[in-house]
Ligand binder design. Structure first.
Ligand code: LLP
Length: 423
C-alpha cells in the first residue's frame, strides 16, 4: 500500500506504519485493541488541535463555534476552551456536556428547531451566549423565560437564505423547503427580526444561516453570505440598528476516500467570505465535521470471512452513516503486513440486516482472516455521536492518543449500562 498518499487525505496527522502495523499517536493498533478492546474509536489529539487552529488562524477576527453534534465529550470541550473556540450545542444533553467540560456559558450558542421549554429555561438560566431562534413560538418562549428570570437574552434569528447546496438531501438546510429557520423570501425572517427588536427581554446580536453539511462548493457559501449581508443591511436600514454579526454555520466537507478530490480548506472559505462580508460585520462559523471527522480512526476485529464478506465486531450501531445515507468509506488491514494479492471484499457488521454494510467494496489482502484488525479512517464525525444500541450492542469507547499516551474520552458501554434502563 502507498501509505504516503493515503496519509495525505484521510488519515490523522500522527499516523504511521511500522512492520505493516498501523500506529496512531505513537501507539500500535494491536496494543490499543488489546488495552481497550474493539470496536474502538481512536482520536488523534494533535490532529484535532491542528484542525481547530486551522480555523482560528483562517478567521482570526471571527467566532469559531465547534459544532458539537459531530462528536462531543467533556475532555474535548476542555481542549476547545483552551484553544479559544466556542461551542454550538443543539440539545439539553449537549448543553450538559458543555457544562461538564467547563465551557463558559457566554461561549455557547444554542440551536435547534424545537427546543423544549425546559431546555430554553435551562439555557437562559445558565447564561448561554446566544440562543438561535428558529420559529415565532420559540421567540415568544425565549422572551417569556428571559422575562421570568429577569434577564435580557442575546439571540440570533435563523434565516433560510434559499440556497440549495450540492449535498445529500438530508443534510441540505439552506433551501426554502427545509424545516430549519425562517424564510428570507417570504418575509418571515424580517417579521421575526421586528418582533425581537420590539421585545425588551431579547437582544438581537446577529443573524444566522447554515446551508448544510458535507459541502465542497464554496460558491454556495458565497451566495448565502451575500444574501445574508443584503438582509442584514435591510434590517439595519429599516430599524436604525447595527446588527453586527453574521453566523454562517458549518458545513465544509471532507474527503472520506483515498484519491477523492481534496476539500477546500478553512483558509479557502475565509477568502470567499471576506470577499462577501464587509469588515464591519463580525463573522461566526460552526464547523463540526471538518474538524473532527479526519482525526479519528475506527478499529474493528475481523470475526469471520465468508466469500467476499468480511464481518467485523461493530457495524451500523456504531456507524449508521453507510446504512442511513449510503455514505462511502474505505478500510485497510491494520494489524500486520501481507503480501497476498488484493481481492474485492465487502466489510459488514454484526447486525441483523443485509444493509448492515460498513464498506461496500474495498481491496483488502486475500488472506484476510479472523483476528485481523481493520481500520476505517475519517470516522470522527456523526458516528459515535449518532451511535445506537440496535440489537443491544453496547456502544464503543473513544480514546484519544497523543505522544504515545492514550486517554479514554468516552468509556465503553456495558451490558449493565443497557440493563439499567429496564424496570
Ligand atoms: N451548525 C448547524 C446549525 C448544524 O445543523 C450543523 C450540522 C453544523 C453547524 C455542523 O455542520 P458540519 O460542519 O459538521 O457539516 N448526520 C449527518 C450530518 C448532519 C449535519 C447536521 N448539522 C452525517 O452523518 O453526515
Amino acid at each position: 500500500m502507498d501509505s504516503k498518499s493515503v496519509m495525505d487525505q484521510v488519515w490523522p496527522l500522527r499516523t504511521d506504519w511500522a512492520d505493516g502495523e498501523l500506529r496512531l499517536g505513537g501507539l500500535g493498533v494491536g496494543d490499543l485493541a488489546s488495552t481497550f478492546g474493539t470496536p474502538l474509536y481512536v482520536l488523534d489529539e494533535d490532529d484535532f488541535r491542528r484542525r481547530c487552529a486551522a480555523w482560528t488562524d483562517a478567521f482570526p477576527e471571527a467566532d469559531v463555534h465547534y459544532g458539537g453534534k459531530a462528536f462531543l465529550a467533556p475532555a474535548l470541550v476542555g481542549w476547545l476552551r483552551e484553544l479559544g473556540l466556542s461551542l454550538d450545542v443543539c440539545s439539553g444533553g449537549e448543553l450538559a456536556v458543555a457544562q461538564r467540560g467547563g465551557m463558559p456559558p457566554g461561549r455557547v450558542v444554542f440551536h435547534g428547531n424545537n427546543k423544549s421549554v425546559a431546555e430554553i429555561r435551562r439555557a437562559v438560566e445558565w447564561g448561554v451566549g446566544c440562543l438561535v431562534l428558529d420559529s415565532f413560538e420559540e421567540l415568544a418562549r425565549v422572551a417569556g423565560a428571559a422575562r421570568r428570570l429577569g434577564v435580557r437574552q442575546s439571540v440570533m434569528v435563523r434565516v433560510k437564505p434559499g440556497v440549495d447546496a450540492d449535498t445529500h438531501a438530508s443534510w441540505a438546510t439552506g433551501g426554502e423547503r427545509t424545516k430549519f429557520g425562517l424564510s428570507l423570501a417570504s418575509g418571515e425572517a424580517a417579521e421575526a427580526v421586528r418582533r425581537v427588536l420590539a421585545e425588551p427581554a431579547l437582544e438581537l446580536v446577529g443573524l444566522h444561516s447554515h446551508i448544510g453539511s458535507q459541502i465542497f462548493d464554496l460558491d454556495s457559501f458565497a451566495t448565502a453570505a451575500e444574501r445574508m449581508v443584503a438582509f442584514l443591511r435591510e434590517v439595519e436600514r429599516e430599524h436604525g440598528v447595527a446588527v453586527g454579526r453574521l453566523d454562517l454555520g458549518g458545513g465544509l466537507g471532507v474527503p472520506y476516500l483515498m484519491g477523492e478530490r481534496p476539500a477546500p480548506s478553512p483558509a479557502d472559505l475565509a477568502r470567499v467570505l471576506r470577499a462577501a462580508v464587509p469588515q464591519d460585520v463580525r463573522i461566526a462559523l460552526e464547523p463540526g465535521r471538518s474538524i473532527v471527522a479526519p482525526t479519528t480512526v475506527a478499529l474493528y476485529e475481523v470475526g469471520t470471512v465468508k466469500g467476499r464478506y468480511v464481518s467485523v465486531d461493530g457495524g451500523m450501531s456504531d456507524n449508521p452513516r453507510p446504512a442511513t445515507y449510503g455514505a462511502a468509506y474505505t478500510a485497510v488491514l491494520a494489524s500486520r503486513a501481507s503480501d497476498a494479492p488484493l481481492a474485492d471484499f465487502t466489510v459488514v457488521g454484526k447486525h441483523c440486516e443485509t444493509g448492515d454494510i460498513l464498506v461496500d467494496g474495498v481491496d483488502l489482502p486475500g488472506d484476510i482472516r479472523p483476528g485481523d484488525l481493520l481500520a476505517i479512517p475519517c470516522s470522527g464525525a456523526y458516528q459515535r455521536s449518532a451511535a445506537s444500541n440496535y440489537n443491544h450492542v453496547p456502544r464503543p469507547p473513544v480514546v484519544s492518543v497523543r505522544a504515545g499516551h492514550a486517554r479514554v474520552l468516552v468509556r465503553r458501554e456495558t451490558e449493565e449500562d443497557l440493563l439499567r434502563l429496564y424496570t
